[in-house]
Every structure is written in structure tokens, then in C-alpha cells.
Ligand binder design. Structure first.
Ligand code: EPU
Length: 349
């Protein structure tokens, strides 16, 4: 097989997931060049047993071992200046391999003078994972900048290049999340601009820039976002976590109004469309008293109620059990059901 492919059996996954929980892949296949995928997956040993594509491991919980074959795309063709294709002086389309670290990519686009991704600085994970859950933070979702997603479809052996409409993006959702095993994202193309105006409306950004005494340039906005994230969200290198463990629930507008009437302080945002609203899961979890809770090595971050943390040797099953208890108490108190944001492997929610 091609040099770009490495195969390991009974491979430990603890260092490949940001929760840092122990799990084992029966077979782990690392592929550096996505061009090798068609031949690899045509081989029945791999194609038929593929169960999971692993990126930075920052948005999943191993509640048990994955079955079959785990695939990791390790290609890191970093976008060189020459890869800033189709520049017209203002806008550019830039393409990055799935394996490129997301934060490195964001900083690189800013260094080249292209704005747009600054509010999404410091999100863990890879470029290939970004469209899957349509990553979002501080008032921006990545969908706004996606020109196309390149994805391989193992069942048909076809490579696709889909525009943003075909990706069916919604809040923390996409075609790739709706049909989790159908496509393997291999590269993403982004439309960025030299004249993009910064988005500063999300709570805390303007204040942070004021505190820094900084003008709202894209680079400074990224620095402000980095400072806020560092304060609020635990660093997975220090304390295992997968960012927000629950999605902010989207409910019909009248339901949000009824809840708001009862709980005046509940933060409510606009939903995917006019008829829906997004409720703050963090606030509801906080009200139920979970912030900073610790149950052995499984806990809730002291700095943010939406983040589950592994204090050392928690198992994925233990973290999942804690998550279920949290969701149960929010259901009981607010009548709202929470859903996990990360993909749960080896158990059903
Ligand atoms: N809040 C609390 N208690 C807390 C934390 C927050 O009551 O412990 C309340 C506050 O009123 C705050 C509001 O919740 O104003 C919203 O909090 P925050 O700005 O932290 O946003 P979030 O809705 O909790 C979402 C994303 C984060 C993203 C932030 C910032 C989801 C599931 N999470 O969190 O994304 O960084 O907004 O835009 O949409 C992630 O997806 O892993 C992630 C970290």
C-alpha cells in the first residue's frame, strides 16, 4: 500500500481525544494523502468495516470502544500563499486539507490579511471537522465562509465537491452530521475578504477590545476572542474536555416566550429561523446547580456550566452518565430536553 498509509491494530485512542478518556481502536488507519482513499476503501477489509473518521478528537466522547476501522486523515497541506486561489484583490478562495489544525489555519488567513474567521479563533480540532458541526462562536458560524466542501463517499467511491447550499448547514448541524458515515471530508474551500467588517455584537467582544485598548481589526478581534476563550473554557491540554457538551436547545418561539415569562434572566437568542429560538443550555444547567460539580474524576467546569471535564481518570461511560443526570435535571426543572453536541461513540444518548 502507498507510503502515505499507516495501519495499527488495537491502537490506543486516549491521546487522540481531547476528553483524554481511554479507548481502543481495533484497527486504526492513518492516511496522509486523501487521494489514497478510493483504493484503500475499495479494499473490503477497510471499506466495509469503517466506523469512524477521527479528526482532532475534540468533538467526541468515547463512551465505549469504536468498532471496526477508525480512519484518521493526517494530511496537513498547509495553505501556502500560492494556494490563496482566485484572488481578485479583495476576495479570495482558500483551500485547506482536512487535517490542518483549525486554529493554525485561522491565524494564517489573518496573517495574509484576509478577514472573516477571526471570531472562530482557538476552536480546537481540524479544518475537516469544521463544516461537520458548522462550528460557531461569538456570533459567527463557519457556514458563512464556506465556498465548497470536498468529500469522499466510500459507498460509491465518488469524490464530491459540494457548495454551501448542498451542505445543509444549520446551527451545529450539516449534511455530514445528519448522515455521519456517508462522507469523509477531505478538504474545505473558504471565501475570505480583505474588506470584511468585524462582528462585535456578541456579548463580551467589545468590552474585551476596550480593555485591551485595541481597535477592532480582524487580528485584534481574534486576540480578544482568544482571551475570552482562555478565561472561560478549560484548555483540553490541561483538563480534558470537548468544549460545550450540549447544544443550545432550539425551541418554538412561543415555548421560549413562556419560559422567559417564568425565568426572566434566561438568555434567549434567535434560532435557525423566525419561528424558533435558541435557549442558553449553560444558564439552565447553572441554575440546576451543576457548575463546578465533581463526581470522582467526571465533572462540570467551574468556569462554564456547558463544559464537562475529565479530572484525570474518568471513563467515557462515567462522563456520559453525568451528562444524562444533568440533562434529566434540566428536563425536570425547565421541561427542555438537551442533546449532546459531541458525537457519542459506543453508546446511544
Ligand atoms: N451562562 C451561564 N453560566 C455559565 C456560562 C454561561 O449562565 O456557566 C450564560 C450567560 O448568561 C451567558 C450565556 O449563558 O451570557 C451564554 O454563554 P456563552 O457566551 O459562553 O455561550 P454558550 O451559549 O454557552 C456557545 C457555544 C460555544 C461558543 C460560545 C461563544 C454552543 C453549544 N456553544 O456557548 O461553543 O464558544 O457560544 O460563542 O453553541 C463549543 O461548541 O464547543 C463551544 C465552546
Amino acid at each position: 500500500m502507498a507510503d502515505s498509509i499507516r495501519i495499527a491494530r488495537d491502537a490506543p485512542l486516549q491521546s487522540r481525544n481531547t476528553f483524554g478518556v481511554a479507548a481502543t481502536a481495533p484497527v486504526l488507519v492513518e492516511v496522509a494523502d486523501a487521494a489514497a482513499l478510493p483504493a484503500l476503501l475499495a479494499d473490503r477489509e477497510f471499506g466495509e468495516r469503517l466506523s469512524l473518521v477521527l479528526g482532532g478528537g475534540s468533538n467526541l466522547l468515547f463512551a465505549g470502544d469504536p468498532e471496526g476501522v477508525v480512519l484518521a486523515l493526517t494530511g496537513k497541506r498547509v495553505t501556502q500563499a500560492d494556494d490563496f486561489i482566485a484572488e481578485d484583490g479583495v476576495r479570495t478562495i482558500v483551500r485547506a486539507d482536512a487535517g490542518v489544525e483549525w486554529h493554525d489555519f485561522v491565524m494564517r488567513t489573518l496573517r495574509h490579511g484576509f478577514a472573516g474567521l477571526e471570531n472562530l479563533a482557538l476552536i480546537p480540532g481540524t479544518v475537516g471537522a469544521a463544516p461537520i458541526q458548522n462550528i460557531g462562536a461569538y456570533g459567527v458560524e463557519v457556514r458563512e465562509f464556506i465556498h465548497a466542501v470536498e468529500a469522499f463517499e466510500p459507498a460509491t467511491g465518488q469524490m464530491h465537491r459540494m457548495d454551501a447550499a448542498a451542505c445543509r448547514f444549520a446551527y451545529r448541524d450539516s449534511l455530514f452530521k445528519q448522515q455521519p458515515d456517508r462522507y469523509i471530508v477531505t478538504a474545505v474551500e473558504f471565501t475570505l475578504s480583505r474588506t470584511h467588517s468585524p462582528k462585535l455584537d456578541y456579548a463580551g467582544i467589545r468590552e474585551e477590545l476596550d480593555d485591551m485598548g485595541a481597535a477592532p481589526t480582524p487580528q485584534n478581534v481574534a486576540d480578544a476572542v482568544i482571551a475570552i476563550r482562555r478565561r472561560k473554557l478549560p484548555d483540553p491540554a490541561v483538563l480534558g474536555n470537548a468544549g460545550s457538551f450540549f447544544k443550545n436547545p432550539i425551541v418554538p418561539a412561543p415555548e421560549a416566550e413562556a419560559l422567559k415569562a417564568e425565568h426572566d434572566a434566561l438568555p434567549v437568542f434567535r434560532g435557525n429561523d423566525e419561528g424558533t429560538r435558541k435557549l442558553s443550555a449553560a444558564w439552565m444547567i447553572d441554575q440546576c446547580g451543576w457548575k463546578g460539580h465533581r463526581d470522582g474524576d467526571a465533572g462540570v467546569a467551574a468556569s462554564h456550566a456547558l463544559v464537562l471535564v475529565n479530572h484525570g481518570n474518568a471513563t467515557g461511560a462515567h462522563l456520559l452518565d453525568l451528562a444524562r443526570r444533568i440533562a434529566g435535571s434540566v428536563q425536570e426543572r425547565f421541561g427542555v430536553s438537551l442533546e449532546p453536541e459531541p458525537r457519542v461513540i459506543g453508546a446511544t444518548w
